[in-house]
Design a protein around this ligand. Structure first.
Ligand code: SF4
Length: 421
């Protein structure tokens, strides 16, 4: 059997694109080779077995971009040893560097821009129907992504997504419901709806959530959980919050990126809300959705960020009692407005601030997790409904677990003897 390996960098959208390509390759009769994160490029024997290697890249952060390019360059040596090996390079870098990419990676057989996985089908001269796709989906852990929209119209001043993924395009509710039905019938128990900004879904996001709930209740017995990513605070409406509060399959977790805790910086980021606006939404979420977890993203060292701006970000972590904060050092991305700003923050200051804020986010996450000690949590795919990781004696099976101890990013439960606090 022919074999393939897919290396994915970046966000959930990229993971979703990679899964679509995996479905296409599975449908074409290829077998996936899995390589652990730790092995990576050193998995020479595994890479040598491959007939196709796909590198799905990300350009949102410089670090991920460099890693993706470096991995793809390192495959030249495999291609020289095995000229039949097909190397496919896809994702945001293809769009961002379209004029230079073929020179950078002359050994690559096919370049695929974002949201264009059908090009892989053309390449294989194979067009499986959606019903044929997903043979290995249940094996991949009982959870799947369903993309409801692509692209973004927001042009946050630091973000390259609108340039590389284009403007918002929403799939119709009918298409989405059909994909969910198929996944449900394949035994998938948890689905995450994906979009750069799901709240601005063209046909009404709250309406879509109600339609999904009705479809699950009427037709799909085994599907237990629905999640969604990512929400934009400026588009988070009351009817979406109500839907999460009222619909039993919707999980009590909202990822709501604040990005910064200071109004001046939020304005420079072109985010379209103030800290007070965010506060009102977070309060509504906490008041309406019982037991909800709120997680967020924060950028450290945006151009012009002073110590005072930074300390406002630090203060918001406690003020909003975030369950988790994904902190990222700002890195300038070509084409974006922020890259042209003159008041860039020196790297060593950004790194030092990152260290400081991480101590606060870790402490806050621990405080939130400790509140769950003694409670019983419903576990699926190793996570609570609020998306917290739980280590227990369930060994990957679904079930109920009593939480016995907590660390910042993991809970322990069941009969585990772990007593770490
Ligand atoms: S909302 Fe802003 S940060 Fe998110 S994808 Fe769109 S432009 Fe980028």
């Amino acid at each position: 059997m022919k074999k393939y390996y897919i290396k994915t960098y970046g966000c959930q959208m990229n993971i979703s694109d990679s899964r679509k390509m995996a479905d296409i390759l599975d449908g074409a009769g290829y077998e996936e080779i899995r390589i652990s994160e730790n092995q990576g490029i050193r998995a020479i024997r595994e890479l040598e077995q491959c007939d196709i290697i796909v590198v799905n890249t990300c350009t949102v952060r410089a670090n991920a971009e460099n890693k993706g390019l470096w991995f793809a360059k390192s495959l030249k040596h495999h291609k020289e040893k095995n000229p039949n090996l097909k190397i496919i390079f896809c994702g945001c870098i293809v769009e961002d560097k379209k004029n230079e990419i073929t020179k950078l990676l002359p050994h690559v057989d096919l370049f695929i821009p974002p949201n264009s996985s059908e090009k892989l089908e053309e390449f294989l001269v194979f067009s499986p129907s959606i019903e044929k796709r997903g043979g290995n989906r249940a094996e991949r852990g009982g959870g799947e992504f369903v993309t409801i929209m692509h692209g973004c119209n927001n042009f946050c001043s630091y973000c390259i997504v609108p340039y590389v993924r284009g403007r918002e395009k929403s799939r119709t509710p009918e298409e989405i419901l059909e994909e969910i039905r198929i996944l449900g019938n394949q035994g998938i128990r948890e689905i995450t709806l994906l979009g750069q900004n799901v709240n601005s879904y063209k046909y009404g996001f709250a309406k879509l959530l109600h339609m999904i709930e009705k479809t699950i209740e009427g037709e799909i017995r085994g599907l237990e959980r629905i999640r969604f990513l990512t929400s934009h605070p400026k588009d988070m409406s009351d009817d979406i919050i109500d839907a999460v509060a009222d619909l039993p399959h919707l999980c009590e977790h909202i990822h709501l990126p604040i990005q910064h805790g200071d109004d001046e910086i939020l304005k420079a980021m072109n985010r379209g809300y103030t800290v007070d606006d965010y506060k009102r939404i977070a309060e509504k979420i906490r008041n309406k959705i019982k037991g909800v977890a709120i997680t967020t993203d924060m950028i450290i060292g945006f151009p012009g960020e002073t110590e005072k701006h930074f300390s406002n970000s630090v203060g918001r972590i406690r003020e909003f009692a975030f369950d988790q904060v994904v902190t990222t050092i700002y890195s300038p991305r070509s084409k974006t407005a922020a890259a042209k700003m003159e008041n860039q923050v020196p790297e060593e200051i950004k790194k030092e601030r990152l260290q400081r804020i991480m101590k606060v986010t870790d402490a806050m996450a621990l405080e939130q997790n400790k509140k769950l000690v003694g409670t019983t949590q419903e576990i699926l795919n190793g996570r609570t409904r609020t998306n917290k990781i739980v280590k227990s004696n369930l060994k990957g099976q679904p079930g109920n677990v009593t939480i016995t101890s907590a660390r910042s990013y993991i809970l322990y439960g069941g009969t585990t003897n772990d007593t770490r606090k």
